[in-house]
Design a protein around this ligand. Structure first.
Ligand code: BES
Ligand code: MN
Ligand code: ZN
Length: 461
């Protein structure tokens, strides 16, 4: 293909005016295909049926085209803003342009750090039309923040670990309005973050805790976004076994989500008041590791028996929830790759959200719009006592054989400060994709960046 392509949709007037293109379109099977007409390379995109017109469809279509032309090393793709909005006439014009740019950038995302013979290449999208500019820019900001989160998730665990993660965040937030405060192991000891300290015991890396602060408008209620940062989860002494564990480097997906969300909020100058709280550990078996049966005493006085060292996420999130109380956060949203059970329940197309039903439903609506799909799940009161322990206030695993995501949520609820409104997002099923489709690349998704940023904006208005 040439260095430059033009993108048009099959329902564009250009098609009906040109006999050659018309004939081509009549036989077109794929969602998009390329055709050479009078020296110009066109990418012709199939007409989108009205009932299939959603912003997600726009993002996916743009992503598929972008990945395709990028693979063919096309330098530039030109499309007129009117062509895009006409193709999705039912939807809001500005939102469509943003979705198109966002999908384009994310669809051509690549993680090639360790490929000696591949350089990341993205076809530059040029949208013609002055009014489109701010909408395209918004889409690019959303994509860049999500790509930042994907990069963090994809990175390997010897490079991104509890000691280096804070440095990576410092570097990435340089020159932004986000303040990066790093608490080291000594700070954690003074602050009695005993869940974090306990889980980290088996690792050669010292644990850390990062606080990202963005004060876009200090008159707004403080929102705390808590993200699980396990840079690798072996299970610890309750060792995971069997299959390929390499995806467990992405057990910091929650940490990546809140980091990306702060990037998105700061870059779009959102009028919000937000802090991200990120406990960071590696969960490893060693002769120094926490052993099943040990008891952790938390700063708020609660004691937890470690029934299973593989239920480590909730142990470190508990410290972060207590910390959110010290910040006096009005709203707390935690996000974590917390349970395999949520994958059984919901699969890999949506995350689960736990907490007050009405509040969860508000979050679901945000996800329906922005592509970070989520479904409200119940915190069943009757299951709460399954967390009882013989000799501590609670166990970190439930005695029930089912409902693992719910009991994990109930565990977390015990650490939520009384004054705060809280939601818990379990994104284990959304951590990674098995293949590249739509605007997703294979592997890390960057799930939660858009969800948390948009939800924060929503509750601040
Ligand atoms: N990080 C895992 C959960 C997970 C599983 C994330 C699959 C992504 C994909 C978590 O720390 C874990 O090990 N959870 C256990 C909890 C159990 C021991 C109560 C699980 O889900 O099996
Ligand atoms: Mn685990
Ligand atoms: Zn884990």
């Amino acid at each position: 293909m040439s260095n430059e392509v033009k993108v048009i949709f099959a329902n564009d007037p250009f098609v009906s005016e040109n006999a050659a293109v018309k004939k081509f379109v009549a036989n077109q099977k794929a969602e998009h295909s390329s055709v050479l007409i009078e020296g110009t390379h066109y990418i012709v995109v199939k007409e989108c049926k009205e009932k299939e017109m959603t912003l997600e469809k726009v993002r996916a279509t743009a992503g598929n085209i972008a990945r395709d032309v990028s693979a063919q090393k096309v330098e530039t793709a030109i499309i007129e803003d009117g062509v895009i909005s006409n193709a999705y006439a039912k939807l809001d014009k500005g939102l469509v342009l943003t979705a198109f740019a966002e999908g384009w950038e994310l669809g051509s995302y690549q993680f090639v750090t360790y490929k000696s013979d591949v350089k990341a290449f993205q076809t530059q999208l040029t949208v013609v039309g002055d009014e489109a500019k701010p909408f395209i820019e918004a889409g690019k900001i959303r994509a860049a923040a999500t790509a930042f989160s994907r990069d963090l998730m994809n990175e390997v665990s010897n490079v991104l670990n509890p000691e280096t993660f804070p440095e990576v965040l410092k570097k990435n937030f340089e020159g932004t309005d986000v303040e990066v405060n790093v608490l080291d192991k000594e700070n954690l000891e003074q602050m009695e973050m005993n869940g974090v300290l306990t889980v980290a015991r088996g690792s050669v890396y010292k644990p850390s805790f990062v606080e990202l602060v963005y004060r876009g408008d200090e008159s707004k209620p403080l929102v705390a976004l808590v993200g699980k940062g396990v840079t690798f989860d072996t299970g610890g002494i309750s060792l995971k076994s069997g299959k390929d564990l390499s995806d467990m480097r992405m057990d910091m997906g929650g940490a990546a989500a809140v980091s990306g969300a702060l990037m998105l909020l700061a870059k779009s100058k959102a009028k919000v008041n937000v802090v991200a709280l990120i406990p960071i550990v590696e969960n490893m078996p060693d002769n120094t590791s926490v052993l099943p049966g040990e008891v952790i005493k938390y700063k708020n006085g609660l004691t937890v028996q470690v029934g299973n060292t593989d239920a480590e996420g909730r142990l470190i999130l508990a410290d972060a929830l207590i910390r959110a109380g010290e910040w006096k956060a009005e709203y707390i949203v935690d996000i974590a790759t917390l349970t395999g059970a949520i994958v059984n329940a919901l699969g890999t197309e949506l995350a689960g959200v736990f907490g007050d039903y009405e509040f969860s439903a508000e979050m679901k609506k945000i996800g329906d719009q922005n592509g970070d799909f989520i479904w409200p799940m119940p915190l069943v009161e009757a299951y709460d006592k399954s967390l009882d322990s013989d000799y501590a206030d609670m166990n970190n695993i439930s005695s029930l054989s089912g409902a693992g995501s719910i009991t994990a949520g109930l565990f977390l609820r015990r650490f939520v400060p009384k004054e705060s409104k809280w939601l818990h997002v379990d994104m284990a099923g959304m951590m990674s994709k098995n293949s590249a489709t739509g605007y997703y690349a294979k592997s890390a998704t960057g799930y939660g960046v858009r969800l948390l940023a948009d939800f924060t904006t929503h509750i601040s208005n």
